[in-house]
Write a protein that binds this ligand. Structure first.
Ligand SMILES: Nc1ncnc2c1ncn2[C@@H]1O[C@H](COP(=O)(O)OP(=O)(O)O)[C@@H](O)[C@H]1O
Ligand SMILES: [Mg+2]
Length: 291
C-alpha cells in the first residue's frame, strides 16, 4: 500500500465518524457500551465548607460559615427566611462566588482557579418551581439532558427514563402531559429528571413550598427511599422543620449569625439553644402536645 493510500484511508475513517456525528448517529463513540464513559454511576460526595463569607453591599449574608456534609448523607439546612440558605446552596453549585473562604467537594477546592481534571462530580438542583417543560411529556422531560448531550443510545435512554421514573414512584407514566400533573407529581418528575444524569449530589431548595401537607409527606418518603436505592449526597434547604426532621440524617439550623446547631433530628428537637427552641415553637405552635 502506498503512503498516500494510508493517508486516504485515515481521512475516510475520520470522515466516517464526522458524517455519523453530523447525522446524529453517534453510537460508534460508545464502543461496546450503551452510554459514553462519562455517564458513570453516582457516588455520594463529601463536602467541606471552610470560613465562607459573602456580602451583597452592606448585607453580610454568610458569616464565617463552616460545615461538613458526609458522603451519602441526607442533610437539611433549616432556618427563617432571609438567613442565607439559598445563597449558601448557590455557592455549592457555583452559581455564586464567595468573598472569602473555601468549599471542598471530595477534597477538591471548587473555587480554585486551576482544578485538576478527573475530579469532576455531577450535581443537580431541584428548584422550587420544578421548572419542567409543560409542552413535553413526562418521559421527554426526564430524558431531555441525555438526549441533548447524546450521552447514551436511544434504546438505553428509554430504559434510563423508565428506571428513574420508577425510583420516584411514577412507573409507566412516560406519556403523560406535564401540564396535566399535580404539584406533587411535577416535583417527582423534576427529581427523576435530576436523577437522569446520575448526580453525585442533589440539592433541593424549598421542595415543599408549594405543596400541601399530605403531598409533602409523599415527597419526603420519595426522597427517603432514594437514599436506599441510589448512592448520592442530598442537601435540602427548607423552612419546613417537620419535613427536615422527618427525613434527614442531620439538620443544621441557620440564623443570621450562621449555624447555631447541627445534629441528628433528635438532637435538634432536644436542643436548649434559644434560637432553635424559638424556631421549633413558632413552626409547631397550634399542634397539640407541643410546647
Ligand atoms: N443576588 C443577590 N443580590 C443581592 N442580595 C441578595 C442576592 N441573593 C440574596 N440576597 C440577599 O441575601 C439574603 C439571604 O437570601 P437567601 O439566601 O435567599 O435567604 P433564604 O435563607 O431565605 O434562602 C437576603 O437578605 C437577600 O436579600
Ligand atoms: Mg431561600
Amino acid at each position: 500500500m502506498q503512503r498516500g493510500d494510508v493517508e486516504q484511508n485515515r481521512e475516510n475513517g475520520k470522515g466516517g465518524i464526522l458524517n455519523k456525528l453530523r447525522h446524529g448517529l453517534t453510537a460508534s463513540i460508545f464502543g461496546e457500551r450503551d452510554c459514553s464513559s462519562s455517564y458513570e454511576d453516582s457516588r455520594g460526595v463529601g463536602i467541606r465548607i471552610v470560613d465562607l463569607n459573602k456580602s451583597f453591599g452592606d448585607n453580610h449574608v454568610l458569616r464565617n460559615i463552616n460545615l461538613e456534609i458526609f458522603p451519602g448523607e441526607t442533610f437539611s439546612i433549616i432556618g427563617p427566611s432571609g438567613t442565607g440558605k439559598s445563597v449558601l446552596l448557590k455557592h455549592i453549585v457555583k452559581l455564586q462566588e464567595p468573598d472569602s473562604g473555601h468549599i471542598y467537594i471530595e477534597g477538591d477546592d471548587i473555587f480554585a482557579p486551576r482544578r485538576d481534571a478527573g475530579h469532576d462530580y455531577r450535581y443537580s438542583m431541584v428548584f422550587q418551581s420544578s421548572a419542567l417543560f409543560n409542552s413535553l411529556t413526562v418521559g421527554e422531560n426526564v430524558g431531555l439532558w441525555l438526549r441533548e448531550k447524546r450521552i447514551c443510545k436511544e434504546s438505553k435512554i428509554r430504559r434510563i427514563i423508565a428506571e428513574k421514573l420508577a425510583l420516584v414512584g411514577l412507573e409507566g407514566k412516560e406519556e403523560l402531559m406535564t401540564s396535566e400533573l399535580s404539584g406533587g407529581m411535577k416535583k417527582r418528575v423534576a427529581i427523576a429528571r435530576s436523577l437522569a444524569m446520575n448526580p453525585d449530589l442533589i440539592l433541593y431548595d424549598e421542595p415543599t413550598a408549594e405543596l400541601d401537607p399530605v403531598t409533602s409527606d409523599e415527597l419526603a418518603r420519595v426522597i427517603m427511599s432514594l437514599r436506599e436505592k441510589v448512592d448520592l449526597t442530598t442537601i435540602i434547604v427548607t423552612h419546613d422543620l417537620n419535613f427536615a426532621l422527618y427525613l434527614s440524617d442531620r439538620v443544621a439550623m441557620m440564623s443570621s449569625e450562621g449555624f447555631v446547631e447541627i445534629g441528628a433530628p433528635e438532637q435538634i428537637k432536644a436542643s436548649r439553644n434559644p434560637i432553635v427552641r424559638n424556631f421549633i415553637y413558632t413552626t409547631t405552635k397550634g399542634i397539640k402536645g407541643e410546647e
